[in-house]
Design a protein around this ligand. Structure first.
Ligand code: NAD
Ligand code: IPM
Ligand code: MN
Length: 353
């Protein structure tokens, strides 16, 4: 039985390499439940742009919307401007489909060496809730007097009460369901009094409605330090679009590699398909070599299974990955091994069986 139809946008660089392996592992996990997904591969990428002059066809958004979810690799290429790739496909997708929750878990698996000294398996275990539709990423601004000595650039952050409130609420709900019930709100209201002042106010309002959650507010610079100094104190972290982006490369690397960083771009109301992607980029430096770590993509597919209600397959995928990492026999170069992208997926599929 076809349980869901998934739009697959591999994108650029290592994107398609890791996504194909995520599909193989997901297929293997679903097989045990006796179900299957239909994967609809869409070629939208930098090379598609070079052929057609468009990064996504005119009816592309309608096409995407017909799917139950989107599995995304990465977009971005050294020979195509970001205004085409990132601003033509990825960021509009997050806004058009109102994917306001960007969930990015970071967990130190048994068998993986953190670059931080003496960290026990499971001692780093945080969920970052990143606001994904506004904030510092709002495409509001422009250039004045381009190419002259008076050239002026303006880009305005947009923080709305509604936008702050809904990401805060999603994060508090998640914190409430976790054993430690802790939440940290990331701010910089000491410098950005207007936008992050509103963020802090909303944080305090929402916090009052969750007396069972122990929460605090932390300046982003201090948070960056504490992600390194004592990452074990963090449980749920809620941050604006830009702060969440930067902190999650950090939360991924302290758990061993950016190649382990999964993410879910979720519309909790389910008015649109949610989108699942590794948090890393297209990695032009290793693209085509077959050595990218596919685990971030595979863990993102696992988040997709959770979202689509296939908790059993999701749990099976998670334990298979944990086993592969614990055995430490098959690992890609980012984790100190010599295995290929395909080897990791083969090992995960073997662990599933
Ligand atoms: P990147 O994440 O692509 O790479 C940073 C470093 O991490 C590189 O050394 C790379 O080799 C390594 N790396 C990344 N993923 C890896 C994996 N799975 N296994 C092993 N090593 C991995 O970031 P960048 O170099 O700053 O960006 C490259 C391009 O990707 C840019 O065009 C950028 O805009 C784009 N980008 C896209 C997304 C996305 O589509 N979601 C995310 C981040 C960056
Ligand atoms: C990510 C990426 C994107 C972001 C870029 C490509 C705009 O870094 O998904 O983390 O900043 O959101
Ligand atoms: Mn990023």
């Amino acid at each position: 039985m076809t349980a869901a139809t998934i739009a697959v946008v591999g994108g650029d660089g290592i994107g398609p390499e890791v996504i194909e392996q995520a599909i193989r592992v997901t297929d293997a996990a679903l097989k045990h439940e006796g179900i299957r997904f239909a994967w609809n591969r869409l070629p939208w990428s930098s090379s598609y742009y070079k052929q057609t002059g468009k990064i996504i066809p005119d009816d592309g958004w309608d096409t995407l919307q017909k799917h139950d979810a989107i599995l995304f690799g990465a977009i971005g290429s050294p020979d195509v401007p970001d205004t085409v790739t990132v601003h033509g496909l990825l960021l509009p997708m997050r806004r058009k489909f109102d994917l306001y929750v960007n969930l990015r878990p970071a967990y130190l698996f048994d068998g993986v060496q953190s670059p931080l000294r003496d960290k026990a398996p499971g001692s780093i275990d945080m969920l970052v809730y990143r606001e994904n539709t506004e904030g510092e990423y709002a495409p509001i601004g422009g250039r004045l007097y381009p190419g002259t000595p008076n050239e002026t650039a303006v880009q305005t952050s947009v923080f709305t009460r509604r936008g702050c409130e809904r990401i805060m609420r999603a994060a508090f709900e998640a914190a409430r369901k976790r054993p430690r019930k802790k939440l940290t709100s990331i701010t910089k209201s000491n410098a950005q009094v207007h936008t992050l002042g509103l963020w802090d106010e909303v944080y305090r309002d929402v916090a009052r409605q969750y007396p069972d959650v122990q929460s605090n507010s932390l300046l982003v610079d201090a948070a960056a330090m504490d992600f390194v100094r004592k990452p074990e104190v963090f449980d749920v972290v809620v941050a604006s679009n830009l702060f969440g982006d930067i902190l999650t490369d950090l939360s991924a690397i302290i758990t061993g590699s950016v190649g382990l960083g999964a993410s879910a771009n979720i519309n909790p109301e389910r008015a649109f398909p949610s989108m699942f992607e590794p948090l890393h980029g297209s990695a032009p430096d290793i693209a085509g070599k077959g050595i990218a770590n596919p685990l971030a993509a595979i863990l993102s597919a696992k988040l997709m299974l959770d979202h689509l209600g296939h908790a059993r397959s999701a749990a099976a995928m998670h334990s298979a990955i944990a086993r592969v990492l614990k055995e430490a026999k098959v690992r890609t170069p980012d984790l100190g091994g010599k295995a290929t992208t395909v080897d990791i997926a083969d090992a995960a599929i073997a662990a599933l069986a």
